[in-house]
Design a protein around this ligand. Sequence first.
Ligand code: FAD
Ligand code: EPU
Length: 267
Amino acid sequence: MLRDFTTLKVGGPAELWMVEDETDLKDATSAPYRVLGAGSNLLVGDDGVSERVIRLGRSYNDVRSFNGEPDFWVGAATPLPGLVRRAQQAGLSGLEGLLGVPAVIGGAVAMNAGTRFGELADTLVEVELFANGALTRVPASDLNLSYRRSELPPGAIVTAARLRLTPSTPEAVALTMETVDAARADQPKIKSAGCAFKNPVGDSAGRLIDVAGLKGLRIGGAMVAHEHGNFIINLGDATAADMLALVNDVRSRLEPPLELEWRRWGC
Ligand code: FAD
Ligand code: EPU
């Protein structure tokens, strides 16, 4: 069940394909597929998806090979939180704004994960992609990264990313991290997929939902969090249908409607 692989903990069945190398990638992509990262920005339908769901395995998780060089390649299944911590310890700046984003590198590239303290695009130099049956390297500028958006070629799977950080000190990076962490104080700790909606230019979706009086609005097991209006949480037994109904309800009550940040699969 895909619910076991998403932070929102909803979503039905799928055929999971774990890949460890290029041969596996060729096999796995021989039929329609989707790519799963850490599942932290996904709303998956209760009936699951008919396509294969590809997960990059351990061979694409190489945070341990990061040796403190400012310019380095990192595998797409590498968890971002561990890398953020390692960079801080090495006194390298550039990733600290991403503290608290529970992504893996591939998903962080695809979403251009970020906060107001920085986004992945600030450090991304180049990516390795599996596309059209082969591995290829493309400069980050080809991905046209913008707020929570990338333009990956259709069907492309990010297999690695080359990041370039800036020499600093562990103390200075840790200090910024305290600020980044403090900015998350109002975010709920309950099952979520982060902010449900993108912020409209110059405003905050959370603030708009809050002033519209929608905090606490609930459908089944889905609820607009009391702590932060842009977090639509799973109280424990929510279905994807609950989550989607609540998202649509919130959108219908605001003008202009907010744009969903979550990626929808099969719903
Ligand atoms: P997934 O959710 O698994 O996938 C997201 C999309 O990326 C899908 O379309 C998927 O197909 C695609 N994808 C994944 N891996 C690959 C790959 N290797 N190649 C090609 N496409 C791929 N986001 C922020 O930007 N800022 C925040 O501050 C933030 N805070 C969060 C806090 C919490 C508690 C949670 C649960 C989420 C938060 N998020 C935040 C949302 C989420 O962490 C980001 O969107 C993240 O980038 C998603 O990465 P993922 O690996 O989980 O990708
Ligand atoms: N606000 C309210 N009520 C709320 C929520 C927010 O009044 O319920 C107000 C706050 O008081 C503040 C303003 O709105 O004045 C902005 O709120 P916040 O600082 O929480 O930031 P945000 O815009 O809601 C963004 C990102 C987060 C990221 C934080 C921290 C988006 C959609 N959200 O939230 O990213 O973690 O900044 O930098 O861009 C995500 O993308 O999934 C995500 C969690």
